[in-house]
Design a protein around this ligand. Sequence first.
Ligand SMILES: Cc1cc2nc3c(=O)[nH]c(=O)nc-3n(C[C@H](O)[C@H](O)[C@H](O)COP(=O)(O)OP(=O)(O)OC[C@H]3O[C@@H](n4cnc5c(N)ncnc54)[C@H](O)[C@@H]3O)c2cc1C
Length: 243
Amino acid sequence: MKTQKTIVVGAGINGVVAAIELRERGHEVILIDPGPLPHPLAASTDISKAVRAAYGADEDYTKLAERSINLWRQWNVEFGIELYHEIGFLFMRQRPMQRGDFEYESFKLLEQRGHRIERISSKLLRERYPTWNAKHYRDGFLDLEAGYAESGRVVATLIQRAKSLGVELRQTAKFRDLDETGGRVKGILLENGEKIAAGTVVMAVGAWTPYALPFTRNFLRASGQAIFRLPAITVFHSIATAW
Ligand SMILES: Cc1cc2nc3c(=O)[nH]c(=O)nc-3n(C[C@H](O)[C@H](O)[C@H](O)COP(=O)(O)OP(=O)(O)OC[C@H]3O[C@@H](n4cnc5c(N)ncnc54)[C@H](O)[C@@H]3O)c2cc1C
């Protein structure tokens, strides 16, 4: 296998996982981020992220999520800490689930693929989850294999893993531009003027992408919505980074 020096820009979940994977395949890897890590403004640095295989009728995405859930379970064992909490995910609708609804299609696909799921009527909702208004939420399902990952803690754990595998971590380094002398990418230029040469550059700067690579502004727009928490449930979210 031909190995080469690779720079991964951005040490959120995508960057750190890419760095580990490339290192395990024998490449020399430099991971750069302005830090501190996990970066407080990174999308990955949060107390929790939902993990689930329910993605409507999208079978490809569901299969990817199934693979990811198995890997989360493996990481729990491997790291000896519960990074993934398999506590279930409740989806409820204000009207009965029907063909074409996200919940209905998710339920049908998960059922077909043998997941542990349970249909929840308003009666069951009232009995089990009294904080929900059973008059409004009439139908839905409980996905028992879903849960949440302690996302900030996951990134911190993986950064240690990356270092122990020999990834060179530069956590006060800020990417300024690609070095494209001669018409091809030869490395990167940092904010402090330093040049780092590499055969491959992986950009994993998340919502910063349109700023780091201005040409992507033509087709990428970063947006985000806040999460808020109530004592018994988490109400959240949606993020779109591309269209
Ligand atoms: C409110 C919200 C809720 C979400 N909920 C979920 C959820 O429940 N489940 C789920 O699966 N996903 C969820 N997501 C999506 C998920 O968080 C993101 O897809 C994921 O964290 C993106 O990771 P990333 O590594 O691409 O980006 P980030 O985590 O943002 O990391 C980017 C990194 O790039 C670094 N960087 C930026 N500029 C530079 C530069 N110039 N030089 C070097 N480094 C730089 C930053 O410091 C940062 O560390 C949610 C996102 C948001 C915003």
